[in-house]
Write a protein that binds this ligand. Structure first.
Ligand code: IPD
Ligand code: CA
Ligand code: CA
Length: 270
């Protein structure tokens, strides 16, 4: 399949950083038993991946701005274009040798995400999308699932846990709503892949709060270009600004929003 020049730049950068992460994943498995454990190694792997991505993207598009989770924001001479990058999404999975993590690259033009990529080097799954041109997994066109019965649906979410803050009680109420209405609930631990899997029709819907632009930018374009719906928790488009996402096909998106609103109305539990 022929890709646009900008997608080729993103794919090349992701594959190069991905080779390093795949090698490091093997090392992490050895470090599991070491006294120090793999935490420092993973942080170094995370940073190394971001350096590689930034080097490749800057070489191909000098002057574009860059926002990376590890290195922060770097303004470019070209004020219209900005890369938004998560070099390793699913760090806790990676830390435990769980092969469910991804590199996420998005290109923003004048504040609008126009290209997105989510790449899991462990299983070599490359999810790509360009605005108005569709979404693909390893060159196969993607469509969100068409399910229209909650009782058949498998949905994913993120949830606050030890050391991460967030409203635990609200999360419990939201999860209870999901348990009472859907066939299955999953917590996979990589927001970018949760969105890519909604775009691929593997998941029927997904919701999460307290996310950063690099967790969301590429994935929301994948869902939209696969015919899905994305919004913040109020059903509006302030997804990156609020760090909130609700995603699914038209029916599932609407129904999940309704259930989340019901959970929010329920009285807080001590
Ligand atoms: C995290 C993952 C996780 C989500 C967290 C993110 P990281 O990203 O996407 O699934 O629940 O909110 O911070 O730290 O592994 O890049
Ligand atoms: Ca990360
Ligand atoms: Ca992340």
């Amino acid at each position: 399949m022929l890709h646009s020049a900008v997608l080729n730049v993103m794919i090349k950068a992701a594959r190069r950083a991905g080779r390093g992460l795949k090698r490091d994943l093997g090392e992490v498995e050895h470090l599991q038993v070491s006294l120090k454990g793999p935490r420092n190694f993973v942080t170094a792997a995370d940073r190394r991946a971001e350096e590689i991505l930034r080097e490749e993207l800057e070489k191909a598009r000098p002057g574009y701005g860059f926002l990376g989770e590890e290195g922060g924001a770097h303004a470019g001479t070209d004020k219209s274009h900005r890369w938004i990058v998560d070099p390793l999404d699913g760090t806790t999975n990676f830390l435990h040798g769980i092969p469910h993590f991804a590199i996420s690259i998005a290109l923003e033009r004048d504040g609008v995400v126009v290209a997105g990529l989510v790449y899991n080097p462990a299983n070599d799954e490359m999810f790509i999308a360009e605005r108005g041109k569709g979404a693909f997994l390893n060159d196969h066109r993607l469509r969100v699932a068409a399910r229209r019965h909650l009782a058949d649906a498998v949905v994913a979410c993120g949830m606050p846990h030890y050391g991460r803050g967030g409203d635990l009680d609200l999360a419990r109420r939201e999860i209870a709503q999901a348990q009472q209405n859907f066939a299955g609930l999953r917590r996979y631990g990589a927001a970018t892949l949760d969105l890519a899997w909604v775009a691929a029709g593997r998941l029927d819907a997904y919701w999460e709060r307290d996310l950063s632009p690099w967790d969301l930018a590429a994935g929301l374009l994948l869902v939209r270009e696969a015919g899905g719906y994305v919004s913040d928790m109020d059903g509006r488009d302030a997804i990156l600004g609020k760090g909130q996402i609700v995603a699914g096909n038209e029916f599932m998106h609407r129904e999940l929003l309704r259930l989340l609103k019901e959970a929010a109305k329920e009285p807080a539990r001590p």
